[in-house]
Design a protein around this ligand. Sequence first.
Ligand code: ADP
Length: 265
Amino acid sequence: TKNVRVPVSNRNDELAELIDMFNDMLDRMQRYIEQQSQFVSDVSHELRTPVAIIQGHLDMLERWGKDDPQVLSDSLKASLIETKRMKNLVQEMLDLSRAEQVEINYRNEKTVVNDVVHQVFNNFKMLYPEFTFNLDDDLDEKITVNIYRDHLEQVLVILCDNAVKYSQDRKEIHITLSRGMNTVEIGIQDFGEGIAPEDAKRVFDRFYRVDKARSRKKGGNGLGLSIAKRLIEGYHGSISLESSPGAGSLFKIVLPIIEDPESLE
Ligand code: ADP
């Protein structure tokens, strides 16, 4: 698609500022539209296969179905399977478009980061015994942040799920917990396929997937990271990615610390 923009004049006043803001809005709208149409084209592509298979079986049924009971039963069975698959796909699309409209209810809660991280770590260790999970906890005290506990958990689960999904032969995941000046930092690192620099900018976009077919097979829809980002930024934190293709990815969450939680009582 062509870039729509208001030409920037070389003036330096309120009008110029307004034009900048306007262009910024246009950029964002355009990106949104591109994401949507990417999604529609991915979905259409996926629906094409089951439709083609069903059509093939209907052809067979029309030609031989009446005389050959084997064809009749095989083709009906295969068509049913594909129909179910289509039904699931359509349901998933509906869920997604609904999920997209949902507003996040940010809730203030004093959450002890250490506890949440340890809990998610233990859950994943149990869920994926074939993986080695490492927790490197540098904190020597409990650290409290202002985030609804379920939201922090949700973000950690999204990142750990991805680490598992996109690990290859080396089934190893490192979680780190450390503190900065006024922040606490959680790192989730895998040693899988990694993300190329040109994709790294976009993986936090809605519906963006580096490898559509592969992500789909692993149950991906390209929403996880965009949700994680929305959640963390809503609590004045940030989420970032360091990655090199082939070597793995490191996702980092940074959240501001509440230094004196008691004083807020
Ligand atoms: P998905 O449901 O497809 O995993 P996400 O929004 O969680 O959606 O991630 C977007 C894309 O970013 C994924 O499809 C994948 O290509 C890439 N990605 C996310 N996490 C990792 C990771 N740990 N290693 C490599 N690629 C990743």
